[in-house]
Design a protein around this ligand. Structure first.
Ligand code: HAM
Length: 430
């Protein structure tokens, strides 16, 4: 006997049935419409890239353990993209002299990482990437913050349920170099520990720092650092570029009236290319979604891996999985059940052409129409329309054709009226 193939999708991936697609479209349409409102332009890149692109700057975790990579038939080392940023930098480096700065670009696409599937983490996921190139000052950060907050408002997210946490890599460097006086090798390790601070919990974190051979004083200094507020930054603003930038950023954000943002010294970010500001956003209203909804930062040096001069850049990526979980936690997904507006039953095969003609007229008026293709029992056709939550059924038999009218049935109330096609269109569109 032949072995039967499985119907379950590959580990860490999900099939999206039409009902789930409505939820996805709701999220993606919101991302897109707000991006366009801010003047961001859409772009795209290939799903596969040469592996070296990620080895250069994505960081150890992605490059050595999470990459889906293979050798192609021509012997090239290829990887399926685990993130967008290196491709975007490549694309911009390739046409740097032709592009008019600043660039404000966005994309929604799929990414693949060989991760342990768990709450908020899949092997296949979608990211919205929004990036600005060519703005060296903190106005790039402010533009992105305003975009993120506008999307949250569009989702009608309650203000007390989310927080954009902001830090600066130069401030972390100040901790590593000026306070702790660490070697380059240890900087990376302590950075990773800080990145995992909330996940590890205080005790495990201290243990970990001790394993990295930080002495008691250094451990104390790290713990002190993690308690810093903007007030503490004022004391070192003349010594640390990171502190000065954070103070300026928060002062400007205040002038703009931005809410839901906070300086958080433990935000580190795993990727190697970040230079100044780094951000992550969290659900702070529940314990259901501990992972970051989005993450990003400044990466002014990334173009240098292509032998180009530096180009200021700031951007972030927002994943679909944690966002959907978040929206479900707070009941923010509207209950659209279908995009189809009207269903046309078919009583008799000989009416097929006539009904198709009516469907064509409806579609030309922008009304999403599904017409029955085979003449089966009317009761079953009605049941089908009801099961698919189509709000209107337009019943057309010989009597209606002779009267040049249609029976329009409202599926929610059961009410049915004999009206002209034009009247029916008006009612459906109202
Ligand atoms: P990242 O932090 O690796 O950053 O990912 C950004 C977001 O993508 C995460 O906050 C999460 O929402 C989502 N994400 C990442 N991995 C997974 C996964 N395995 N399953 C589900 N969702 C996931 C970057 O990718 C940077 N390239 C972002 C960026 C853009 N920086 C500057 N511009």
């Amino acid at each position: 006997m032949e072995t039967k193939l499985q119907t379950t999708p590959y580990k860490g991936t999900t099939d999206t049935y039409p009902q789930d697609m409505l939820v996805r479209n709701f999220m993606f349409n919101t991302w897109t419409s707000v991006a366009k409102r801010f003047g961001f332009e859409e772009y795209d890149t290939p799903l596969i890239e040469e592996t070296t692109l990620y080895i250069a700057k994505s960081g150890d975790e992605i490059a050595s353990t999470q990459l889906y990579n293979f050798t192609d038939k021509g012997g090239r080392e290829i990887a399926i993209r685990p993130e967008m940023t290196p491709s975007l930098a490549r694309m911009i480096a390739a046409k740097k002299n032709e592009l008019t700065l600043p660039l404000k670009w966005f994309n929604i696409g799929k990414y693949y990482r060989y991760e342990k599937p768990q709450k908020g983490r899949r092997r296949e996921f979608v990211q919205l990437n929004v990036d600005i190139f060519g703005v060296p000052t903190l106005e790039a950060e402010l533009e992105i913050f305003q975009y993120i907050l506008a999307v949250m408002e569009e989702f009608k997210a309650p203000k007390e349920t989310y927080e954009l946490r902001v830090n600066n890599r130069y401030l972390l460097n100040y901790l590593f170099e000026d306070i702790l006086k660490l070697s380059d090798e240890k900087k990376g390790k302590v950075g990773r520990a800080i990145d995992n601070y909330t996940k590890l919990g205080r005790e495990a974190f201290i243990e970990y720092l001790k394993e990295l051979e930080l002495n008691d004083k250094q451990v104390e200094q790290v713990l002190e650092f993690l308690k810093w507020t903007l007030e503490d930054l004022k004391k070192i603003a003349d010594k640390s570029e990171g502190a000065a930038q954070l103070l300026e950023l928060f002062a400007k954000a205040k002038e703009l009236g931005l809410t839901n943002i906070r300086f958080e010294p433990s935000i580190m970010r795993g990727l190697l290319y970040y230079t100044g500001t780094v951000i992550e956003m969290f659900d702070i209203g529940s314990k259901d979604n501990p992972r970051a909804l989005l993450g990003g930062g400044r990466y002014d040096d990334l173009l240098t891996i292509f032998g180009e001069e530096k180009l200021p850049a700031f951007g972030f990526a927002w994943g679909d999985i944690v966002l959907e979980d978040y929206l479900k936690t707070y009941n923010l997904i509207p209950t659209t059940k279908t995009d189809t507006k009207v269903f046309l039953p078919l009583f008799d095969t000989k009416l097929y052409t006539y009904i198709q003609g009516i469907a064509k007229q409806l579609r030309e008026k922008g009304i999403n129409t599904e017409a029955q293709m085979t003449a089966i029992k009317f009761g079953n056709q009605l049941k089908y329309a009801s099961k698919k939550n189509i709000p209107w059924v337009m019943i057309i038999g010989d009597d209606e054709i002779n009267a040049k009218k249609v029976q329009l049935k409202n599926m929610a109330t059961g009410e049915q009226n004999l009206v002209t096609l034009e009247e029916a269109m008006k009612i459906i569109n109202s």
